[in-house]
Design a binder for this molecule. Sequence first.
Ligand SMILES: [Ca+2]
Ligand SMILES: [Ca+2]
Length: 191
Amino acid sequence: MGNSQKKGLSREILDDLKVNTKFTEAEIMQSYENFQKQCPSGLISQDQFVEIYIRCFPDSDAKSYAQHVFRSFDTNNDETLDFKEYIVALHMTSSTKTALKLEWAFSLFDVDKNGYITKTEVCELCQAIFNLIPKDKLEDLPNDENTAEKRAEKLWTIFGKKDNERLAEGEFIEGVSSSQVALRLIQYDSK
Ligand SMILES: [Ca+2]
Ligand SMILES: [Ca+2]
């Protein structure tokens, strides 16, 4: 009753986030304060997000990857990230649970958000991930992984699908969970 708002964060969103993420109410409130400070409008645009993101990759071209990440976090497709989407993103990407991370990886690869991954989408993401690799690291890559096309081909082969077939979420998660190579190819690991 009465004032159910806590500095603009509704009880409904707070309860929802408590149930659906690992964060406590205190942690969510703290994050909300920080978010409001960084972002007084309460919304992060794609340009803002990309600009922040590419700073983490000064030696490579992270723009297309950052755009894909943004899209995967923008669950209501309004081309901005609100606080709820931001917290869920933080929850998924910082999770130690592999299943949750793979669910996120699926949404990252499902470019048109239709619930399936096509080979074209795999190629698109492999290109974006390839662009994250700093130029001076490229020569260390094995011969069958030293172009985005080769990496996409290698990854797609692991799933055992024809070029015109598509992957459902369960198939993607199963394929990646049972192959260290696939797990490595769906991400950029700077180590
Ligand atoms: Ca949104
Ligand atoms: Ca798709």
